[in-house]
Write a protein that binds this ligand. Sequence first.
Ligand SMILES: [Mn+2]
Length: 328
Amino acid sequence: MKNNSLSEISNYIKDNDDYLIIGHIDPDGDAVGSIMAYKFLLNSLNKSAKILLHSDISSKYKMVFKYLKNNDYYVCTTNSNLNKLDDFSNAIVLDTANLERLGQYKKYINKKYIINIDHHQDNSRFGNLNYVNAENSAVGMIIYKQLQFLNVDIKKELGTAIALAVLADTGSLKYPNSDPDSFRLIADLKEKGIDIVEINRFLGSYPSVKYLKMLAEALHNIQVDKTDRIAWLVLSNQEIKNIKINIEEINNLVNYPRDIRGIEVGISFIEKKQDFIDISFRSHSYLDVSKIAHKFGGGGHPRAAGTKVEGSLNKVIKDVLDEVKRNV
Ligand SMILES: [Mn+2]
């Protein structure tokens, strides 16, 4: 499927106005950094733009939200609130492989002129303009490359948002997708005075003591297969209830099995609701986990993918592990 070029998309953006900016549900650092970066660059172009959020993440991500005013973003909690968005003729959709990943906003965004910028290889090209390039470690990287067509200066807020996006999706330049361009981007932003140390400190820290208690429970359940190539952890709904942690706080657990030395595939099984299991996959060097996620109705990247499966926890774990073992 053919892409539009970044210069073509940049020309459209310069010639038009009124943009909604949105990323995928359960936003990660790349989604948050990208939507922020787009808001800041549209501000520089004197365009009217609003960020559309799936939930209020302003306190968690205050690192970038401190540069925004309250009316720079919306969180729509009911369908009637969505009417507020009628004035916007364009939607910029970032880091989102398909419209399903927009949750309740899908139907609404569908009616707009859509600019789709992403780095998921399985992106469905749902936009009126599409730029999908899986060679880029993060959407933040694509936005950075686009700046040359827009003549936008990298001020502190824009640089921080882009660095957050790239550092999040590359694990602070540690993951296999950390190509020379990612290192150069971070070096360039560091030279421009962006506080890379502070962003890494944010990304590498624990959100709360409750998170650590939850982590202790999840790590207690970690297992490795006979070949020492597959490691996984499990957190049941009962355990989540016992710890009384908000399920939105539970993320990144898959990094722990993945980070065992010698492991190729790390998997996390999180039973967020009874019989509804969130599964994340990470691989180190060769297994394309997006293919495995696809078999179970999900998707993602070759080294990082995920899905949600309905079923009893033990049965789901067995089915997934059988599939991984056949492929690893
Ligand atoms: Mn991403």
